[in-house]
Every structure is written in C-alpha cells, then in structure tokens.
Design a protein around this ligand. Structure first.
Ligand SMILES: Nc1ncnc2c1ncn2[C@@H]1O[C@H](COP(=O)(O)OP(=O)(O)OP(=O)(O)O)[C@@H](O)[C@H]1O
Length: 250
C-alpha cells in the first residue's frame, strides 16, 4: 500500500536517512523502531510530505507521490500524529476533532457528526465539551489520534502515541489502536514501548543512524544481533549470549 523506496534525507552535512526502504501492507499494523536520533520522525515527515527527500520515492497504491504537498497527501488518505501533541488550546475537544473532519465534510453538521463518531472510537465521547488544554496527557494523546482519524485516512502514521503514558494507560489505549486497524485503517507506528510493538505489530522495521538495519516479526528483530548492538552498543549481542549461556549452565 505504502512504499518508501531508497529514501535519503540530508540536512546540510547531516545524513539523517540513508537509502532507507520499507513497505506497508494494506490492513497491517507495521512498526518502525530504532534508537533516539535514528531518523524515524524525519522519515514520517518525508512520507507525509512535510519534507522533500534528497533522493528516493514515496508511493501510495503504486502512485508516486514524492512531489505532492502535504494537503494533497491528506486528501489521498495519509494522516499523521505528532510526538509533541499540540491541540488548538482555545477550542474544546469536539471543535479540535471537527477541524480534521472538514477535510471531507463541507457542511458543519456533517463534520460535527463525524467528530462525534471518532470521539466515540477513541473513548473521548464524555469529554467533547471540555477544553483541549484541560485534558490529561492520556486524553491529549487520544485527541491527537482523533484529529488524525477525523480526516478519514487510509493509512495512519502514529509517532510515539504511547510516550508519556503510564502502564495502565498504555494497556487501555492498545485496544483502541487495534480497533482503528480493524475498522480498515492501515497503521505505521513509531514506538519505543516494546510491549506495545510486540502486542500490535505484525512486521517491524528497525532504523539506526539513518539506515534500515533489520526487518521482520517483532520477536525476530528483538533477537537480531545488529538490532541489539544498535541499542546497547558494539559487542553487546555477544556479551548477552555469553551471559545467558552461563545462566543456562548454572
Ligand atoms: N529539520 C532538521 N534540521 C537538521 N537536522 C535535523 C532536522 N530534523 C531532524 N534532524 C536530525 O536528524 C536526525 C534524525 O532525527 P529524528 O528526529 O528523525 O530521529 P528519531 O529517530 O525520530 O529520534 P527520536 O526517537 O529521539 O524521536 C537527528 O540527528 C536530528 O538532529
């Protein structure tokens, strides 16, 4: 459904992404993980059209969209959330969500109806009249999801939607993400919370220092030597293997 083909992104002398490729299958939840500064958010900006890659292509349903502006990509069905959520603080929850719904609904009543439907989907139906700035962190994360969903995307890019949540809030939101996929929206998610990645993703890509170093099932990439070393440093995969051999002998 979505293809990132050999994308390179330079900021002056800094090589943020180097010849990275990935495929997202329609109907899947695909993960994008990697250490801090790996280039994950930059890749989302390239996919959503906020950044033009130095090299490479982005294709949606086999159509090259590399040159399209972000609003055209939103119309084609790409929506994203942001790591640092910034709702319109002066608007209430319903109004915030309705902004997204205006992409496909010109009549205010239809946009509001869509916003209410999305609020139910993410569990914000009781908070519709609250000011966005009065929401808890978990509430704001749900609002961020809702604003993107209100644009009725075909593919939703989630940038660390679980960051800053406590374990019980994470447990509560995982079924919401799964239900979004079950409603027909394909998901590509950047996530550091491995419990969620293991729980939700069928396929995971690993970016480290701008390079795609591994892909596969969550279990396979967690045991991949290059991935362990990218997170824990050179030689760590071997050290861990020796340690666990020692424990087995003991
Ligand atoms: N607009 C920009 N101008 C210059 N450098 C940038 C810009 N955006 C990102 N970078 C750099 O590109 C590299 C990749 O950053 P990016 O935010 O994409 O990483 P990330 O994998 O999302 O990290 P994190 O997990 O910490 O959010 C970093 O070295 C960052 O400083």
């Amino acid at each position: 459904m979505l293809q990132v083909k050999n994308v390179t992104m330079r900021f002056g002398g800094l090589l943020a992404i180097s010849d990275a490729s990935l495929d997202v299958r329609q109907g899947s939840i695909t993960g994008l993980i990697g250490p801090n500064g790996a280039g994950k958010t930059t890749l989302f900006a390239v996919i959503a059209g906020f950044l033009r890659p130095t090299q490479g292509q982005i294709a949606l349903f086999d159509k090259d969209i590399t040159g399209e502006e972000p609003h055209r990509r939103a119309a084609s069905g790409i929506a994203r959330t942001f790591q640092i959520v910034q709702p319109f603080a002066g608007l209430n929850v319903q109004e915030n969500i309705t902004v997204g719904a205006y992409l496909r609904h010109t009549k205010p009543a239809d946009a509001v109806e869509k916003a209410r439907e999305v609020a139910r989907q993410v569990g914000l139906e009781k908070d519709l009249d609250k000011s966005a700035s009065s929401l808890t962190v978990a509430g704001r994360k749900r609002l961020e999801l809702a604003r993107a969903l209100a644009t009725e995307p075909k593919i939703l890019l989630l940038d660390e939607v679980l960051a800053g949540l406590n374990p019980s809030e994470i447990r509560d939101i995982i079924p919401v993400i799964r239900s979004i996929r079950d409603s027909g929206v394909t998901i590509l998610m950047i996530e550091h919370v491995m419990q969620a990645v293991m729980n939700l993703c069928e396929h995971v890509y690993v970016l480290a220092q701008g390079k795609m170093i591994a892909e596969g099932t969550p279990a396979a990439v967690c045991n991949d030597q290059a991935v362990i070393e990218a997170y824990l440093g050179k030689g760590s995969a071997e050290r861990l293997a020796r340690q666990s051999q020692g424990e087995n002998h003991a």
